[in-house]
Design a protein around this ligand. Structure first.
Ligand code: GLY
Length: 260
């Protein structure tokens, strides 16, 4: 159960954010509308929001999830793997210090993006998957694993560098609860996920793998009917949200909030 989320709307220079996809420039007004609908959905799921001001020093700063890893045991500030994003962490540290007595950190040469960290409780045990990606390196993953172990959590590293079409681990993996993971085809046969029931995302719906279980609901990007129908059949209450403008900048539903 989560009760809070931190969010930040995109700034006017959101078009300058990093992206690897070729879907065109985001429409700013539409991005703000989509962000507002996302915030409403989180509130509908029972969360109290801390809504930060847009920060135009950092065009990617709406993707707050990359700046920290929040667990039931504590908070770890990350060190984002893209140089243009490292400065985002300072302000998030100030915000998180209102909620956590102590903040741990990833230090150089470690890099870690929160989008590479997937909490996936299994049979009541706190477990995390940590992606090694273009953004998260072995040092960062190692430091996070040690920190998690110190509070009784286990972690498995998943190397995704060979998978071209995902930026972060959570671009292709989500924990649905109930020992279930949503996975893209390229991750579905990996040994790391043995022991979980896998809900496979069809190749043409890959973007929807970045869905988010928030208490009794699963937020999904709209326009992916096959996956949504599968979730409904499994008994989940889904909420579909338009994400087109964030998708253009390599962002997904999970990236837009820090939930705790
Ligand atoms: N645009 C999201 C990221 O590259 O981190």
């Amino acid at each position: 159960m989560v009760t809070r989320a931190i969010v930040r709307p995109p700034g006017l220079n959101f078009t300058d954010a990093l992206t690897t996809v070729k879907l065109g420039a985001p429409n700013y007004a539409r991005a703000l509308e989509q962000h507002a609908a996302y915030c409403e959905a989180l509130e509908h799921c029972g969360l109290t929001l801390t809504c930060l001001e847009a920060d135009e020093r950092y065009p990617d700063s709406t993707f707050v999830e990359d700046t920290a890893v929040l667990t039931k045991q504590g908070a770890m500030l990350t060190r984002p793997g893209a140089a243009s994003r490292i400065g985002e962490v300072e302000n998030i540290a100030e915000v998180l210090s209102k909620f956590y007595m102590e903040l741990s950190s990833i230090h150089e040469p470690g890099t870690l993006d929160g989008g590479d960290v997937c909490e996936a409780e299994i049979e009541g045990r706190n477990h995390f998957f940590i992606g090694i990606s273009k953004r998260t390196n072995e040092d960062g993953a190692g430091r996070l694993s040690e920190w998690l172990a110190s509070s009784g959590c286990t972690a498995t590293v998943v190397d995704i560098r060979g998978i071209n079409n995902i930026l972060h681990l959570k671009s292709g993996l989500a924990c649905l609860g109930d020992n279930r993971l949503a996975v893209i085809v390229a991750l579905a046969d990996r040994n790391e996920f043995r022991g979980y029931e896998l809900v496979r995302v069809a190749a043409q719906e890959e973007y929807v793998a970045n869905c988010v279980r928030v208490n009794d609901h699963v937020l999904v990007a709209s326009g992916h009917p096959q996956f949504e129908a599968t979730l409904r059949k499994l008994g989940y209450k889904t909420m579909a949200l338009e994400m087109s403008e964030f998708q253009k900048m390599d962002g997904g539903l999970s990236c837009l909030s820090l939930r705790f």
